[in-house]
Design a protein. Structure first.
Length: 94
């Protein structure tokens, strides 16, 4: 039988980019050497684990090693706290 242990992820600050329409309209071809493209209306992001689809409103995370990966909007707000005061106000957070 598998024995699980409880762990807590270390708190580290990472950068996030919201995939707004304005950002998508000027979509760069790469971030930190990882390709970003549009195919059939979807945004394709090359991450360490392979290619991932994301949509307007989702976020891109720039990790501690400079890696990028997409995260769905609902998951982002469940698992990340916004630190930048201006964006806390933009998203209506306290």
């Amino acid at each position: 039988m598998t024995q699980y242990i409880k762990v807590r992820k270390k708190p580290v600050e990472v950068k996030a980019i919201e995939l707004t329409k304005e950002f998508i309209d000027t979509l760069p071809t790469n971030i930190n050497g990882r390709k970003i493209s549009r195919e059939s209306g979807k945004i394709i992001v090359e991450s360490l684990e392979g290619n991932h689809e994301c949509n307007e409103g989702d976020f891109l995370i720039v990790g501690v090693e400079g890696e990028i990966y997409p995260i769905r909007r609902d998951i982002f707000f469940k698992t990340y706290d916004i630190i930048t005061p201006y964006y806390k106000r933009v998203f209506g957070l306290k």
